[in-house]
Write a protein that binds this ligand. Structure first.
Ligand code: NCD
Length: 307
């Protein structure tokens, strides 16, 4: 059974197919409005979410399908001690496809190993978030026309920011990528990502704490929130939370065609004064996420023989 647990589960060609489908949905929404009639998506969210869960739900409704699920662990049988494996087997009896978010790294993989329907990882702990990457990829594709020869700056919490880990993996397969890692020393990209992705594919990267000096080099700036819920103590969070705040002043030396992305939610990392700058792409990114999730649901249901 095909699932999406890690963005590398899909080849670059398959990602391009999803992008092409999403672009076609944007052009011809009516053609897709009935494709999932009678099919059900289960959203199993053991962690808070606004965009990811609602965009999965909106995606399924726009395909003519239905949605069931829960949005808090304590409203499910997890509160009674049920395992993810048993929940996955149970939900396979009710739905055609599962989107799961969980605070534990690897939980969606366990679900996929036990479900008889496709499972989509909607974020697992500080590990991966492949469907946010789908949103990021469509945004980059539409802004830049492709993925080659880009210098991409990742700024903020690179340690716990799962969207960063997944996007770096995805981009690592395109030619000419240069990565700039901008974070406080305590929130550097985990060494397993540096080793298994950047070093393994000989991708040039630099690590710095200084956003402004590197700004003129960047084609894409990917801002992130400091992930409060993953910290062991509040003091560290409070000390680090406002390490980077993007203001119009700091964009003075940026390229005219820079694309500023952020998976959202934003806390303080981007001043609202930037929202009207044509380089701000983060709300488009939200919209594109819905179209990519529609394309993903269609692909996985087809491969599972459920469409
Ligand atoms: C991200 C997440 O959940 O990892 N949010 C999202 O899904 N768009 C980013 C974050 O919470 O900071």
């Amino acid at each position: 059974m095909r699932s999406l647990i890690d963005i590398l589960d899909f080849s670059p060609e398959e990602l391009q197919e999803l992008i092409d489908t999403a672009n076609d949905i944007i052009e011809h929404p009516a053609f897709y409005s009935d494709k999932c009639r009678g099919r059900k998506l289960a959203t199993l969210f053991y962690e808070p979410s606004t965009r990811t869960r609602l965009s999965f739900e909106a995606a399924m409704y726009e395909l003519g399908g239905n949605v069931l699920g829960f949005s808090e662990a304590n409203s499910s049988s997890a509160a009674k001690g049920e395992s993810v494996a048993d929940t996955a087997k149970t939900v396979s009896c009710y739905a055609d496809i599962i989107a799961m978010r969980h605070p534990k790294e690897g939980a969606p993989l366990v679900a996929a190993m036990n479900a008889s329907i496709p499972v989509i990882n909607a974020g697992d702990g500080g590990h991966n978030h492949p469907t946010q990457t789908l949103a990021d990829l469509l945004t980059i594709y539409r802004e830049k026309g492709g993925f080659e020869n880009l210098t991409v700056g990742f700024c903020g919490d690179l340690k716990f920011g799962r969207t960063v880990h997944s996007l770096i993996s995805a981009l690592s397969r395109y030619k000419g990528l240069k990565v700039v890692l901008i974070s406080p020393v305590e929130l550097k990209l985990p060494s397993y990502v540096k080793k298994e992705v950047l070093a393994a594919r000989s991708i040039p990267y630099i690590q710095t704490t200084d956003l402004e000096s590197i700004m003129p080099e960047l084609d894409i700036l990917y801002m992130t929130r400091v992930q409060r819920e993953r910290f062991f103590n509040e003091e560290d969070y409070l000390r680090l939370k406002d390490s980077y705040i993007l203001t119009p002043e700091k964009l003075k030396n940026a390229k005219q065609d820079l694309a500023i992305l952020h998976p959202l939610p934003r806390v303080n990392e981007i001043s609202v004064a930037i929202d009207d700058d044509p380089r701000a792409c983060y709300f488009k990114q939200v919209l594109y996420g819905k179209y990519m999730r529609m394309a993903l649901i269609l692909k996985l249901l087809k491969e599972a023989g459920r469409l």
